[in-house]
Design a protein around this ligand. Structure first.
Ligand code: C2E
Ligand code: MG
Ligand code: MG
Length: 418
């Protein structure tokens, strides 16, 4: 009987038992949350490491999922898919489960002396709000599984050499990121000064992350930030970077005239539940004045996670920490919503500055409006004297750009600060 309803590899109940459970759930209309998990590129992983090794990873994941749920709540579906079917007490349940699984995934799986990593995609389905009958459920399930299965949505997918190469590169970069989290000395911080255009003095600086990997060499943000965000690893990297910046402030910048050093936050940072608390505790550990740190949040992140962002901003503002709205002018902004957030600074994206060279009238209007709202303005990407003149003429008070200085290593930055 067991072999019909239990998966022999993981020992978890299988799809047939899940179906039985669902029949009961729908009969009593009892609220449940289903969390589907699928391992990204599992077939590729399996071809790379061999089927027995890949199966051991599945066993590991199955064993871990058992610890997350009661015995009749974790299921192995076909292939690399699993499902948790949990009675939902509140809406936050799925979020915390996803966080916990992701956290476990970052530790990897030990198989015969080798530490292996896989990426998991999640799909969430609430009963009864997303499906109130078994038929509705089966429809919804199909959709969810197709969304989380990492097969491109084309009728015929032809695998090319380039795909294999991209795939391999992606795995290598992910492994470089994991290795940097274990060895924070591989996370490099470059600093780019921000100047007051009236006085020509450096007033603050932005901290920008780079990764130095023993196999891949030096990685600029364009090669790893989005992967770090997709994988959730950015949360760890942000903390490492912030703590390095705080150390520099404590050791070398405590007495200097710089107002603050700014650190970029990603949307993914706002998904971790205690972001405000953990940022504050890093700053407090170094015993520096919190106002010496600033945070940059892009307009797209601010609009996407509006509630969370505004809550975190309020909490950190109480400590006198200031925020900059980054990459302003790149999205189709909901200006009203953005301006309701307590930003002290607005940074015009370099594309806005470059576009305004032909006709600065629109930029001048925006500048006046933002000044009326009490914002301090920063122009990014100023590369030429003409651009600097234009920026001055519309009344932007601060500048960050190659015209003054490129991002530089800590030592060079300290020499410039003097
Ligand atoms: P960003 O936050 O808008 O940072 C400004 C970017 O513009 C930097 O690129 C900087 O080197 C570049 N830049 C500055 N002045 C000029 C200029 O005059 N001309 C041109 N063409 N570019 C200029 P970088 O360091 O490559 O970073 C790119 C993006 O990666 C950043 O854009 C930010 O979104 C992201 N990033 C960098 N470090 C971090 C980090 O620690 N955490 C997070 N979440 N994102 C980061
Ligand atoms: Mg920035
Ligand atoms: Mg920017």
């Amino acid at each position: 009987r067991d072999s019909v309803t239990f998966d022999s590899l993981s020992g978890l109940p299988n799809e047939a038992l899940l179906q039985r459970k669902l029949i009961r759930i729908f009969r009593f209309q009892s609220p449940h949350t289903l969390i589907f998990l699928d391992i990204e590129n599992f077939e590729y992983f399996s071809s790379l490491h061999g089927a027995p090794t890949a199966e051991q990873v599945l066993v590991g994941i199955g064993t871990f999922l058992k610890t997350m749920a009661a015995s009749n709540e974790a299921f192995r579906l076909e292939g690399s898919r699993f499902c948790l079917c949990l009675p939902s007490k509140d809406g936050r349940l799925a979020h915390s489960v996803v966080q916990a699984v992701r956290q476990r995934m970052t530790q990897g799986w030990q198989v015969e002396g080798e530490l292996l990593f896989v990426q998991v995609n999640f799909g969430v389905l609430h009963i009864p709000s997303h499906a109130s009958t078994l038929a509705e459920y089966n429809q919804a399930r199909k959709r969810v599984l197709s969304e989380i299965t990492s097969v491109r949505k084309q009728p015929v997918f032809i695998f090319t050499k380039q795909d294999a190469f991209d795939q391999q590169r992606r795995m290598n970069v992910l492994s470089a990121l994991r290795s940097s989290i274990r060895n924070p000395e591989q996370v490099m911080v470059h600093y780019q000064p921000i100047y007051d255009v009236a006085t020509g003095r450096m007033v603050s600086a932005e901290a920008l992350m780079r990764i130095k990997d023993e196999h891949l060499g030096f990685l600029p943000p364009s090669q790893f930030i989005s992967l770090a965000e997709q994988s959730g690893l950015i949360v760890h990297l942000t903390k490492i970077l912030l703590s390095k910046v705080c150390t520099l402030v404590r050791k070398n910048l405590g007495e200097c005239a710089l107002e603050y050093i700014s650190v970029n936050l990603s949307g993914e940072d706002f998904n971790s539940s205690h972001i405000a608390g953990s940022l504050i505790s890093i700053i407090e550990q170094e015993q520096i004045a919190p106002k010496k740190i600033g945070f940059e949040i892009t307009e797209s992140v601010a609009l996407r996670s509006y509630e969370k962002v505004s809550q975190v901003m309020l909490e950190l503002s109480l400590r006198d920490i200031k925020f900059a709205l980054d990459d302003f002018g790149t999205g189709y902004s909901n200006l009203k919503a953005l301006m309701d957030l307590p930003y002290a600074y607005v940074k015009f994206d370099k594309s806005v500055i470059h576009a305004a060279m032909a006709d600065p009238a629109m930029l001048a209007l925006l500048v006046d409006m933002l000044h009326t709202l009490g914002k301090v303005l920063i122009a990014e990407g100023v590369e030429t004297e003409q651009q600097l003149e234009m920026v001055k003429s519309v009344g932007i008070e601060r500048v960050q750009g190659f015209y003054y200085a490129k991002p530089m290593e800590e030592q060079a930055f300290l020499e410039m600060v003097g």
